[in-house]
Every structure is written in structure tokens, then in C-alpha cells.
Design a protein around this ligand. Sequence first.
Ligand code: FE
Ligand code: FE
Ligand code: FE
Length: 163
Amino acid sequence: MAKTLEILFHETLKDIYYAENQILKALPKMAEAANSEDLKAAFEKHHAETQGQIDRLEQVFEIIGEEPTGKKCDAIEGILAEGEEIMNEFEGEPALDAGLASAAQAVEHYEIARYGTLAKWAEQLDMTDVQALLEATLEEEEATDEALSALAEGRLNEFAVAA
Ligand code: FE
Ligand code: FE
Ligand code: FE
């Protein structure tokens, strides 16, 4: 069977479905580790959004007539492992929150790459409803990335430097 864009779309959908489920498990740990109440709140807010993003992906699977299944994503495993490393190595240290915010931004950037591509492919495949679902999530990921930047630039980095 020829490997068409449809197949590539489906494979990439499985990749991000796996990734979102891993992120859903990681965010409460990151919220618990954070010192700053603002950073904690940002992680908690995005945890709730992530559940909604998983629901959207399940709608996409339904539209394309496939079962929601994940396929191991080595990239997200690696990014989340780096986040764990920061949590362990900077526990109780002034730069912990700056490190957590940067780890979370690496996650958002991976997601932005994936959703940006998937939304484009959905457009090329004339799947308007799917495109809209993916773009809704893409906007949440971008807003999260910006919120984390604002927090880091506002207080977290300064605190890490001043201590
Ligand atoms: Fe997400
Ligand atoms: Fe991946
Ligand atoms: Fe996200």
C-alpha cells in the first residue's frame, strides 16, 4: 500500500495522542513541584485544557473512522525526562521554577510543531471539521507558551538570578 498523506496524518495523530496522554500525567507533578503560585496555577489550568485536547483528538479519530490509539513518541518521552531531571536536580533551589517553565515550554513547542503540521495536512485533505479541532488546540498551546514566557520573564528568572 502506498504511504499517502492520509496515512502520514493518521500516524502523526497517534503520535500526538500518545504525547498528550503522557503530558496529562506529567502536568500534576509539575504543578506540585512548582514554588510559584502563578506557575502552579498555569500548570493546573493547562492540565484541564489537556484533557479537552485529548477529547478533541478522539473526535478527530472518530471523524476519520479510526479507533483512538497512541504510538510511542520518543520525542515527548525525552522532553518529559529532561523535565524530571530538572525537578530532581533543582528541588528546593532558587532556579527550580525557571527550569520547570523552560521544560514546559519545550513540551508546548513540540505540540505546536505537531498541531501546526496536522492542521495544515487536514486542510490539504479537505477535512474542514478536523482542521478546526486541531486549530483550536494549536491556539491553546500557543497561549500556554506565551503565558509561560510572561511568567518566566516577569518573576521566575529574576528570582533565580537574585537568590
Ligand atoms: Fe496539549
Ligand atoms: Fe513524536
Ligand atoms: Fe500543551
